[in-house]
Design a protein around this ligand. Structure first.
Ligand SMILES: NC(=O)c1ccc[n+]([C@@H]2O[C@H](COP(=O)([O-])OP(=O)(O)OC[C@H]3O[C@@H](n4cnc5c(N)ncnc54)[C@H](OP(=O)(O)O)[C@@H]3O)[C@@H](O)[C@H]2O)c1
Length: 266
């Protein structure tokens, strides 16, 4: 493991640190945040309270701050990471912007998702041509700590990946919310409705655990001819759910593309 400082110990940065800690891989990992309380998940000698000190201990900087915090962060640090591997999980900030701001030529851009909290992220990542094979191996190891990893073929694929996988948890939560609301409409009490919605998502783990069937095959398997599930599926198809989903995800991809070209977000 290359020595690494995670800058930003919020949702994602803390998930990274905890994922690495659960695999006993934090020997050479430091955590940095402007809120000292967020550093408490790391031992005292692994805490850094100012990002300008990150380069003193690490060969790799993992940027896990919000995109809108990036400009202020770099203004405080200056261009002192030119010899570092800089990995960014910030949405909508291109490798060029990161390379220009940090001075680094070895840059990896990545998109994890909230599944990172339970080591079930799927992270898409793309390295600049100057990233060495040792740095590639290190990147794989870091992202494996929070789930599965996919190396993308070009940076532009990050936008589609963000729309499907980065925003993906929200689609699943929406589905749970809609099922919960529908259960209440049918007269089921509030607590039971919420419990049903949560437990149903457990069916999703069949997709992970029993990979011989696709999502479509699982759906077919539980949809008997003339049965209740078929009645529901017919309404969903007739009202255009597949088209709505396609349009929604296309809108997310377009937003990701436009964020990359919106200088104000940097
Ligand atoms: N959350 C997700 O599901 C998700 C999924 C994929 C990718 N991402 C990406 O992951 C990144 C982090 O998201 P998040 O949800 O983890 O954000 P977050 O919870 O807000 O965590 C970021 C942390 O970094 C701190 N910070 C900001 N500027 C700093 C500086 N100059 N020095 C030290 N610490 C600083 C923040 O402090 P303040 O609160 O004071 O700013 C905050 O504690 C974002 O760029 C986002 O695009 C997030």
């Amino acid at each position: 493991m290359i020595s690494t400082v995670i800058i930003g110990a919020g949702n994602m940065g803390s998930a990274f640190y905890k994922g690495l800690a659960s695999q006993r891989k934090t020997d050479r990992v430091w955590l940095c945040d402007q809120h000292r309380d967020k550093l408490e998940i790391a031992p005292t000698d692994r805490r850094i309270d100012h990002p300008a000190n990150a380069g003193n201990v690490a060969e790799c900087i993992l940027l896990a701050v919000k995109p809108q915090s990036f400009a202020a962060l770099m203004a405080a640090v200056g261009k002192i990471w030119s010899d570092k591997l800089v990995i960014s999980i910030m949405a909508g900030i291109t490798m060029k912007v990161i390379a220009d701001a940090t001075g680094a030529s070895a840059v990896v851009r990545a998109m994890p998702n909230l599944g990172a909290r339970v080591r079930r992220s799927i992270t898409g990542w793309y390295p600049s041509p100057t990233v060495t094979s040792i740095q590639i191996k290190h990147t794989q190891e870091l992202f494996s700590a929070i789930g599965m990893t996919v190396r993308l073929k070009e940076e532009l694929q990050i936008d589609g990946f963000t729309a499907v996988a980065g925003s993906g948890p929200a689609y699943v939560f929406l589905l749970a919310e809609l099922i919960e609301n529908a259960a209440r409409d049918l007269g089921i009490d509030e607590a039971t409705s919420a419990q049903i919605a949560r437990n149903l998502l457990g069916a999703g783990s069949l997709l992970l655990d029993e990979k011989e069937r696709s999502a479509e095959q699982w759906r077919d398997a539980v949809t008997s001819k003339g049965g209740t599930t078929e009645a529901a599926m017919r309404v969903l198809q007739e009202r255009g759910l597949p088209d709505i989903f396609r349009d929604a995800i296309a809108a997310a991809a377009e937003r990701s593309r436009s964020l990359s070209h919106d200088d104000k977000s940097h």
